[in-house]
Design a protein around this ligand. Structure first.
Ligand code: SF4
Length: 436
């Protein structure tokens, strides 16, 4: 095994009334065929930027190292906080003790990088194929290096997963480490899901103005893990955190059901749900968010003419598809042809599903050839898909948007609503220019 560092009040455009259909009544096309998605290692790219004293050591192959290195790019001004411990043929053949090699690689790393306080051993397809037990390795190394360094593990394997599940697995592995909340503590709010710092700061200011005590998970530093317990109410900021939500439920926390904070409507409903849970008056919420909503409305008005009436098709990739489809349909008047998502978490997405048009075509999972046939037959104006499908579809004359870009960009909240709409408008503008 080698250690190889690798280097987003009164509305002049009133929204459609909330439909009253039961979300469970929406028909879902379930497919279990060949899929075209990235693996969960991809999450390291945004997670390592968020938790600033964490390190992600992938235990994998050269393919895993290449994926991370090419997706994350090279850091010029700082040493990277991710690397791949490469499983060589002798490891895969069981001729060497991979655990000894992991211990040696971790010892070398921690001796050289004393600023690391939280180390994740990240499993991959190769480590799972040879049944390398990284949970035992993490426990062994934690016992050796605590209290200076906490060592945890999770799987970023691409077997039966999609790329945003890497964050879910990472955060779920952190939940048991959250301190127990004082039972006498006042009720508090936990916002769950990795957000760029700039968005976290915007949300913090709005919650402060609403006088709702809030913490964010994951935190920026591993020493600031928020306490959790039966006095914790949590709001999901991302729609792909099923395992994390379950782990928080098991700690006694209670989820506040809400749409996700994308666009004006989703962001307002997200804050409204928190306000109801913390008995903040609707009038006060309206006053607090009014300036941000006004700015967002202005921004959306500028983009709406380019998107209104355009027909969009979502391939399953990021798990952001349902909330984004809701935003595009209700706030930008786009027509939804098919909304595909890798996994449909009915509970976490219930508030979103209730806002989709009742005749929407929803699909879960993928049979890529069949879905490509449906897409070509529908002839959409814009296709949201993974990188692997984009180029072939462009060659066939379809306009595409890379769904992974939506995960890498700051898109949550009021201040980013215009940028989010712009991300969908840009490929259409590019296509129009090319056709001139
Ligand atoms: S974890 Fe699996 S899918 Fe991901 S890069 Fe490694 S081998 Fe490929």
């Amino acid at each position: 095994m080698n250690s190889a560092t690798s280097p987003t009040l009164a509305c002049p455009n009133p929204l459609p009334a909330v439909s009253t259909h039961s979300p469970r009544a929406l028909p879902v096309l379930r497919e279990r065929g060949q899929r075209e998605v990235f693996c969960g290692l991809t999450g390291i790219i945004w997670l390592h930027r968020k938790i600033q004293d964490a390190f992600f050591l992938v235990v994998g192959s050269r393919t895993c190292a290449h994926l991370i290195q090419s997706a994350a790019g090279v850091m010029i001004f700082a040493e990277p906080r991710f690397a791949t411990a490469i499983l060589e043929e002798k490891d895969l053949a069981g001729l060497s003790d991979a655990n000894d090699e992991i211990d040696r690689a971790v010892s070398r790393l921690l001796a050289r990088r004393p600023e690391i306080k939280l180390l994740f051993l990240v499993g991959s397809c190769p480590s799972e194929v040879i049944k390398l037990d990284l949970s035992r390795a993490a426990a062994r190394l934690s016992a050796r290096f605590q209290p200076a360094v906490r060592v945890l593990n999770y799987s970023g394997s691409g077997i039966e997963t999609t790329f945003t599940q890497g964050e879910d697995a990472c955060l779920a592995s952190l939940v048991p480490e959250l301190p127990q909340q004082d039972p006498a503590a006042p009720q508090s709010l936990l916002v769950v899901g990795t957000l760029p710092d700039v968005i976290e700061d915007q949300f913090q200011r709005l919650f402060d103005a609403l006088r709702i005590p809030v913490t964010f998970f994951p935190p920026r530093r591993s020493g600031n893990l928020p306490p959790v317990g039966p006095r914790t109410l949590y709001l999901l900021a991302q729609p792909f955190l099923g395992a994390t939500g379950q782990a928080l439920d098991e700690r006694g926390a209670e989820r506040i059901a809400a749409p996700f904070p994308f666009g004006i409507e989703g962001t307002r409903a997200w804050f409204d749900a928190a306000a109801v849970a913390f008995s903040v008056s609707p009038l006060h919420v309206a006053e607090v968010v009014a300036p941000a909503e006004s700015r967002a409305r202005t921004a959306l008005q500028q983009v709406r003419p380019r998107l209104s009436g355009k027909r969009i098709f979502f391939f399953p990739d990021s798990q952001l598809e349902v909330p984004l489809a809701r935003f595009l349909s209700r706030e930008l008047d786009m027509q939804l042809l098919e909304v595909g998502t890798p996994y449909l978490h009915q509970d976490h997405l219930a508030a979103e599903l209730a806002l989709l048009p009742s005749d929407v075509v929803l699909s879960e999972g993928q049979d890529v050839e069949r879905q490509l046939d449906r897409c070509r037959a529908a002839s959409p104006d814009l296709v949201v898909c993974g990188l692997g499908l984009a180029n072939p579809l462009e060659v066939q004359g379809l306009t595409t948007k890379w769904s992974i870009e939506l995960v890498f960009s700051p898109i949550h909240g009021y201040e980013q609503a215009g940028d989010l709409a712009e991300l969908f408008a840009r490929p259409l503008v590019r296509r129009d220019r090319l056709e001139v």
